[in-house]
Design a protein around this ligand. Sequence first.
Ligand code: HEC
Length: 142
Amino acid sequence: MRRGTEAVLAAALTLILGVGFWLFTGESIGNGQTDTTVAIEFDGPAAVRGETLASETGCLACHTIDGTPSAGPTWKGLAGSSRPLESGETVTADDAYLTLSIIDPNSQVLEGFNPVMPTDYAQNLTDDEVSDLVEYIKSLGS
Ligand code: HEC
C-alpha cells in the first residue's frame, strides 16, 4: 500500500472514530435530559409466574401494562422511576418500594390517585408470589 493511501485511511478512520465518539457522548449528555435509562434486571421465570398472578389476582383490573393510567397507575416503565407521593416525598420505585406498594399500599400513596388498592394482599399472597409480581413489574421496562 502506498503512503498516501495509508494517510488517507488513517484520517478517515480517525474521523469515523471521532464522530462515533461524539455521537455516543452527545447522546448520553445531550438535550438536558437527566433521566438515565438504567436497565432493570429481573428474574425471567419469576416474571412469567408474576404475569399469570397479575391477571389471576385481578391487579390488571386497575393497572395496565401499556402506559395508560387506569384506576391505578400503569406498570409500564414503573420500575426504577421516581414516584411522587401524596405525602410530598418522592421515592424511587426499587424492589422495596414495589413490594411495600403491594403488601401495604396505603403506606405510600401515589400523588393524584385514590387509595383504593385492596389492602389484603399481604394475607392472600405468599412472599414468593409478591416477589414474582415485583419481577413481572420490573420486566415491563424502566
Ligand atoms: C381496585 C384497584 C386496584 C387493584 C385491584 C390493584 N391496585 Fe395497585 N394500585 C391502585 C391504585 C389506585 C394505586 C395508586 C395509589 C396508591 O399508591 O395506593 C396503586 C398502586 C400500586 C403500585 C405502586 C404504583 C406506582 O406507580 O408507584 C403497585 C406496585 C401496585 N399498585 C401493584 C398492584 C398489584 C401487584 C396488584 C395485584 C396483586 C394491585 N396493585 C391491585 C389500585 C389497584
